[in-house]
Design a protein around this ligand. Structure first.
Ligand SMILES: [Zn+2]
Ligand SMILES: [Zn+2]
Length: 475
């Protein structure tokens, strides 16, 4: 328990939840959101039930239909940490790829110079984000991992940013630095020689029926969930098969080469294939797609994480050469890095490389569903507001001083007094507003029930006992 006398700060959280549940997206242009404000001074778990943000003392208290969003840990005075454990080095599949949507994501700053789209309901003021190795980027519902970063000048200069001790600021560079990949991009595979218990006549390639196993050049490997005699395939047999489906595109400036395969999975069991795998005792990984990498230039490799459509896994890999030109990521035909998904805006985000210091900036171009970076380390909340997203919930978190907190309390108290005086009148207004909203939603053909109404049970601070933990809701 924290010593209240040393406590100078409380944690302030503000959340908005999109009332639609669609692929873990938050619509930055929709007004159909539900708000919650919370002031905290203790360790607690934050959950979500439908559109309602809930609080729990621990995750065992989760009720039916309620999901855990994140934990607030308050181990000592003035220290508040948000976390929500991210699994590392797991083999991607359809289930765990969707789990990632419910992790904590950092929302990229909107481009201040781009003003053609002013429909944004929240304008976040996060610091700019500089990409690091193994970062997971989310554009709409499409996720990419930065699985290779080839910037030799940067490696000499790795500690360029001094650590920030200022309680107000974030060391955004440090959010994901030196973290492990979330998915095991180099899959540890087994070849037929490691299956001594399997009869010889079952150690055959399911594509060419040969039992030959050349561990160095063409191993007979098990890469999917097939069993028995269908277990093995030659590396080269799968690769040749994949090459028949491979599409390669290049941007106008010839700086981005995009490789895509629509069903990058076993034909029989539908298990997604790993792009790279390795075998015991062999150092060099095997790659199921041959990528042409630019020689003597700085470049990065972005690999799409599983996107399963009609049971088929879509794999896209972009090899991106870096120079002084900005690169646009989006659904538009003119984009340098084209992402063909309806949740991606035409001009969604941009990459800006600084040839001087080797930094690679990514910034959102006011996209409808935002550009996000997966946060893999526990996040220490500072005085400066940080903007985060977990699935369809948008979150702002910052530390508030006790003085600010007292002031807010007073304001709320006055409001409560006023409220009491006008209670009858308000009751009347509420009724009208309620009917109006119902009408609005019906018109927009959005089925809404009583529970989903945006204006329910606004709690007043004064009605609650003002303990160390206080919640209040706005409409
Ligand atoms: Zn074969
Ligand atoms: Zn299979």
């Amino acid at each position: 328990m924290s010593d209240a006398q040393n406590e100078n700060f409380v944690l302030s959280l503000y959340t908005k939840t999109w009332v639609r549940d669609s692929h873990g997206l938050f619509d930055y242009e929709s007004n159909q959101t539900k708000y919650l404000n919370a002031i905290l001074a203790e360790s607690i778990c934050i959950g979500r039930k439908k559109h309602q943000i809930t609080t729990l003392h621990n995750s065992n208290e989760l009720k039916e239909g309620e999901e855990l969003l994140f934990n607030v840990r308050h181990p000592e005075p003035n220290l508040y940490i948000l976390d929500n454990e991210v699994p590392v080095r797991v083999q991607p599949n359809q289930e765990n790829i969707n789990d990632l949507s419910n992790k904590i994501w950092y929302i990229l700053k909107n481009d201040p110079f781009k003003s053609n789209n002013s429909n944004q309901v929240v304008l976040n003021t996060n610091d700019d984000y500089y990409l690091c190795q193994n970062d997971v980027i989310k554009l709409g519902r499409v996720k990419y991992s930065l699985n290779e970063i080839n910037i030799p000048s940067r490696n000499n200069n790795i500690d360029r940013a001094p650590a920030i001790n200022d309680i107000k600021k974030y060391d955004i560079d440090d959010l994901n630095k030196n973290t492990e990949p979330v998915f095991d991009f180099i899959f540890q595979a087994k070849d037929s020689s490691e299956y001594n218990d399997i009869p010889d006549d079952e150690r055959l390639c399911k594509i060419c029926y040969s039992s030959e196993n050349d561990r160095i050049n063409n191993p007979l490997v098990h890469l999917c969930n097939c069993n028995g005699g269908l277990r093995f395939s030659h590396f080269m047999c799968i690769k040749r098969w994949m090459e028949t489906k491979l599409q390669i595109k290049q941007n106008d400036k010839n700086t981005v080469r995009s490789y895509s395969i629509k069903s990058f999975n076993c034909e029989i069991c539908k298990t997604p294939y790993p792009f790279k795998f390795k075998l015991n005792g062999i150092e060099k990984p095997f790659e199921l797609i041959s990528l042409e990498k630019p020689l003597g230039c700085d470049y990065i490799v972005l690999e799409s994480l599983n996107q399963v459509k009609d049971n088929c896994n879509i794999k896209t890999i972009h090899v991106i050469q870096l120079n002084n030109d900005e690169l646009i990521i989006g659904r538009g035909h003119e984009s340098d890095i084209r992402v063909n998904d309806i949740s991606v805006s035409r001009n969604h985000a941009k990459l800006k490389y600084n040839t001087e210091d080797g930094t690679l900036l990514i910034r959102d171009l006011k996209s409808k569903f935002g550009t996000l970076i997966l946060i893999k380390k526990p996040l220490v909340i500072k005085e400066k507001k940080i903007h985060l997203q977990i699935g369809r919930t948008y979150i702002e978190g910052w530390l508030m001083t006790m003085e600010e907190f007292e002031k807010l309390k007073k304001e709320k108290k006055n409001k409560a007094l006023n409220k009491q005086q006008h209670q009858n009148q308000q009751q009347h207004q509420y009724q009208q507003q309620h009917e109006y909203q119902q009408h609005q939603f019906q018109q927009q053909n959005q089925p809404m029930n009583q529970e989903q109404n945006l204006d329910n049970n606004a709690m007043d601070l004064e009605d609650k006992n003002f303990g160390p933990k206080t919640f209040y809701q706005n409409q």
